[in-house]
Design a protein around this ligand. Structure first.
Ligand code: PMP
Ligand code: GLN
Length: 378
């Protein structure tokens, strides 16, 4: 067969955003803000372009940017990554994830993935010859059943992918989850890919449990991050990853032939902007307000929900409204009522959770109000 991914179709994000555009619906589907990022950041990038940051950046990324990323890990987690050889700037988190998986996954290696899972993990494992091993998270709070994880770890397990705060559910892993993961993999060579793109969007005084806080895990782990999420510029496709030197060396062997290096001016602009930690520290309050505003508007609707603990997504249960499944309902809501969302079952095993929709609240209050008016009329 000519296709390496015969089962893969156009991603749900592309489908729902296209449907929203076609029907001029309010788009709370694909995760991106509908407001402009800080003018200061845009000015830094434009200054960088004007002052000559227009040729290839170093393969691992602009050194000033790597240094300021390294400082962030010290400030927030008291954890050190050497900017010289333990950090690489990437074209968004997606490229980091793809490159990590292609650097380490051999034919028939098993990769444990928790469902519902962000959509790029599984196809990336498959295209590299690996075998995704799916574990469904349980209950309305999407808990990981660590006994099941223990049972599914085998000599073929090469990697475990975790994501906290979690897209699409908005749940966060607790310290005790991380300790379980550590206990289950201690003494093995299992690599942890920790997708932490929503690290700064965490609510209700919960603390982000970065993998770098757990020494035994850190030495076998990659952290993946995204500036698109953090600074409201998803279209810039800028991110980075960190790992101990031995792992990062392998990553860079692939990265140099995958993209070689990424956008030079934006790296310099981000390096200048990141000098002030408040630019990422204020994000939690900013998005908690948006979550609270959105939920206060729909508290008397027929939707039921558990408030999101992190990310800029809120999952709503519509089982009191219709018996339709989520894919049908999401389509109808877009086409007939003018509001686009993401059905959750597409991220799950066996189409589970087919009464849930994910809404992105990274929107102006005006947009959230218009969306809530639609939800309240259902
Ligand atoms: N991981 C998760 C969990 C995400 O939600 C996203 C973006 N939606 C990414 C990775 C990809 O990030 P980027 O846009 O920086 O490639
Ligand atoms: N991460 C975004 C989301 O979850 C979408 C990114 C994409 O479209 N690939 O909505």
């Amino acid at each position: 067969h000519i296709s390496k991914l015969p089962q893969v179709e156009t991603s749900i994000f592309t489908i729902m955003s296209a449907l929203a555009n076609k029907h001029e619906a309010i788009n709370l589907s694909q995760g991106f803000p509908n407001f402009k990022s800080d003018q200061k950041l845009i000015d830094f990038v434009s200054q960088a372009m004007n002052s000559g940051f227009n040729q290839y950046a170093p393969m691992a990324g602009n050194l000033e940017l790597r240094e300021v990323i390294s400082k962030k890990f010290e400030l927030l987690y008291n954890s050190s990554y050497n900017p010289e050889n333990e950090i690489t700037v990437t074209a968004g988190a997606t490229q980091a994830i793809y490159t990590i998986i292609s650097a380490f996954i051999h034919t028939d290696d098993e990769v444990i993935i928790f469902k519902p899972a962000y959509d790029c993990y599984e196809p990336t494992v498959k295209i590299n010859g690996g075998k995704p091993i799916a574990i469904q998270m349980e209950g309305s709070d999407y808990k990981i059943n660590w006994e099941e994880v223990a049972a599914k770890i085998s000599t073929k397990t090469k990697m475990i992918i975790i994501n906290t705060p979690h897209n699409p559910s908005g749940t966060v892993l607790a310290r005790k989850d991380m300790l379980k993961l550590q206990a289950l993999t201690i003494g093995t060579e299992i690599i942890i890919l920790s997708d932490e793109v929503y690290e700064h969007m965490i609510f209700d005084a919960l603390k982000h449990q970065s993998i770098c806080l757990f020494a035994e895990l850190k030495e076998r782990s990659f952290i993946v991050a995204s500036f698109g999420k953090t600074f409201h510029n998803t279209g810039w496709k800028m991110g980075y990853c960190c790992a101990p030197k031995e792992l990062m060396t392998e990553f860079q062997k692939v990265h140099q032939f995958n993209v070689f290096s990424v956008n030079s001016a934006m790296q310099k602009g981000l390096a200048d902007y990141l000098q002030e930690p408040k630019h990422y520290l204020e994000l939690a309050d900013f998005y908690q307000e948006k979550r609270d505003y959105f939920l206060s508007l729909i508290q008397d609707s027929k939707f039921t929900f558990t408030p999101s603990q992190g990310t800029y997504f809120q999952v709503l249960d519509f089982s009191k409204i219709t018996k339709e499944n989520d894919v049908e309902f999401a389509e109808k809501l877009t086409v007939e009522k003018g509001l686009a969302s993401i059905p959750l079952s597409v991220f799950n095993l066996d189409q589970k959770d087919d009464k849930m929709l994910r809404f992105c609240f990274a929107k102006t209050n005006d947009t959230l109000k218009k969306a809530a008016d639609i939800l309240n009329r259902l």
